[in-house]
Design a protein around this ligand. Structure first.
Ligand code: AMP
Ligand code: MG
Length: 488
């Protein structure tokens, strides 16, 4: 269902710009399957016109045509400040395929490009491609990535780089920023159309409610509360949680300077441009809540349709208060599972929080620690738990492991069953920055093999893959602090 509201001010027909001499950098077989795109034994689309299509050089393949590509307008808050009109400055929506919108990011200038060149660099396109597919495989709602197409066209950022196009898929790319745009123009007709469109296609249950728009607000807020809890559970930092980067479907979208935690640092800032740490790891839940407040104020005119202004405010305020409750419940459920605690017992949350504090104090590798926790067995001695040796403050962690072992005695599942559950929530492989960086540097030398390798191993992040064991290791010392910024 391509995003179309009536009227021509919303969705500008925009033809992608020509990308000279495009070539394949990567394609995701799982994403191709989602849109029933046949791939040959070389892993590339059987129909060669797909290369031109995904480069933005044609709007037709042998059997599909996208006659009306569009760029949409939205507005938003960036780093907490109202930024006014933004819009798809470099992403062009080709149309719909099997329930997925196909969007080309980096496909050239649109009416909303402002000072930008409409392009994306190879580096950021590979990062978005790999992370989209990795997040999906982790079970976290996200836009998908079908391909990266490269070229030798030069793009100027801090240095001269080359242009690439990442083809993204999502049932819809509607953002909180779309609501904010119409609210800022006091255009209640468009706001209503937008809300109705979402209800019809993605939240049909809201139409049964006596206040469908309130119900829509709650549903969007709930999905995003659950989403951010999932991010926290795998140590994912988005990097730029501006309201224009928040999906109305509760998907992770707009991968930029994101990062997965290596060593656990609760206030880790993944985005080099975020000097104030607004989007640090521990702030993500409250920032998502803040973004839902932006949505609430944008949706206020819809609630006011059949309420007094005062009532509408009150209703939305109490709906917004549901966010932290949903988030906490989700977070607790996820972290209980990470620790293998199926039965709920008082004191569990304190146990989880004590662990996180100890991990922070000793800067423990987030992913590997949780993965290894599945190896702890009932009746073990604390001294026999290998991972305790990774903690600087062993006298601090030993009592924790003691309490954890005591707590495990209350679980009915045996060690094998518990480990199975824990291994299905504690990934072995994540897209660590240093892994992405190695793949990018090779790709910049026209060797795309490492991108393919990462895609393959990150497609099964919970499985042991002995041939890829090295990819589960923390970054080497010299690759611990790779700077990732908004430049893309
Ligand atoms: P982002 O931080 O990537 O979410 O981008 C914020 C806004 O800037 C969005 O409206 C983008 O479309 C726009 N933008 C980012 N980079 C470019 C670019 N190179 N050319 C045009 N617009 C851009
Ligand atoms: Mg964005």
């Amino acid at each position: 269902m391509p995003f179309t509201l009536s009227g021509d001010d919303t969705c500008q027909t925009t033809t992608p710009s020509r990308l000279h001499d495009p070539y394949w950098v990567a394609i995701s077989p799982n994403a191709a399957e989602l849109i029933q795109l046949p791939l040959g034994s070389d892993g590339l689309p059987v129909d060669p016109l797909w290369l031109d299509l995904l480069a933005g050089n044609t709007l037709k393949t042998s059997d599909i045509e996208f006659p009306n590509p569009i760029a949409t307008v939205y507005s938003g808050h960036q780093f907490g400040v109202w930024a006014g009109q933004l819009g798809d400055g470099r992403a062009i929506l080709l149309g719909d395929l099997h329930g997925q919108e196909l969007q080309l990011k980096g496909a050239g200038i649109t009416r909303f490009s402002r000072m930008g060149d409409g392009r994306a660099v190879l580096r950021s396109s590979i990062r978005e491609f790999l992370c989209s597919e990795a997040m999906h495989a982790l079970g976290i709602p996200t836009s998908r990535a079908l391909s990266v197409v490269g070229s030798k066209e030069k793009v100027i950022r801090e240095s001269v780089e080359t242009a690439a196009v990442c083809a993204r898929l999502a049932p819809s790319f509607i953002r909180i920023g779309h609501f904010e745009h119409y609210a800022s123009l006091e255009n209640t007709v468009r706001l209503k159309e937008l809300a109705d469109l979402l209800i019809t296609h993605f939240y049909p249950e809201c139409s049964q409610h006596d206040q469908p728009y309130l119900s829509l607000f709650k549903a969007i807020s709930k999905r995003n509360a659950k989403l951010v809890a999932q991010w926290q559970s795998v140590g994912f930092c988005h990097g730029v949680l501006n309201s224009d980067n928040i999906s109305a479907l509760g998907l992770t979208i707009d991968y930029g300077p994101f990062g997965f935690l290596d060593q656990f640092q609760i206030d880790h800032i993944c985005n080099h441009s975020d000097s104030g740490g607004r989007y640090a790891y521990h702030k993500q839940p409250q920032i998502m809540h803040w973004n839902m407040a932006c949505l609430a104020s944008a949706m206020l005119p819809l609630i006011e349709i059949n309420q007094t202004t005062e009532n509408a405010h009150e209703i939305l305020r109490s709906a917004l208060d549901e966010f932290p409750v949903t988030y906490a419940k989700e977070w607790q459920g996820l972290f209980r599972r990470k620790l293998g605690l199926e039965i709920e017992i008082d004191g569990d949350i304190e146990l989880i929080e004590r662990l996180l504090q100890a991990m922070h104090d000793s800067q423990i590798d987030f992913t590997n620690f949780f993965r290894s926790l599945g190896n702890v067995k009932k009746g073990m001695q604390v001294a026999d738990i290998d991972t305790r040796n990774d903690f600087i403050d062993r006298e601090g962690i030993d009592p924790w492991f003691g309490d954890y072992l005591t707590r495990l005695e209350q679980e009915t599942a045996d060690d094998v069953a518990r480990k199975m559950v824990m291994d299905s929530i504690n990934p072995k492989y994540i897209l660590r920055n240093y892994l992405a960086q190695v793949a990018i540097e090779k790709a910049q030398r026209d060797d795309f093999s490492e991108v393919a390798t990462l895609l393959k191993l990150l497609s099964n992040p919970y499985d042991e893959q002995p041939e890829f064991e090295a990819y589960s290791k923390p970054p080497p010392q010299d690759m611990r602090h790779i700077a990732v910024s908004c430049s893309s």
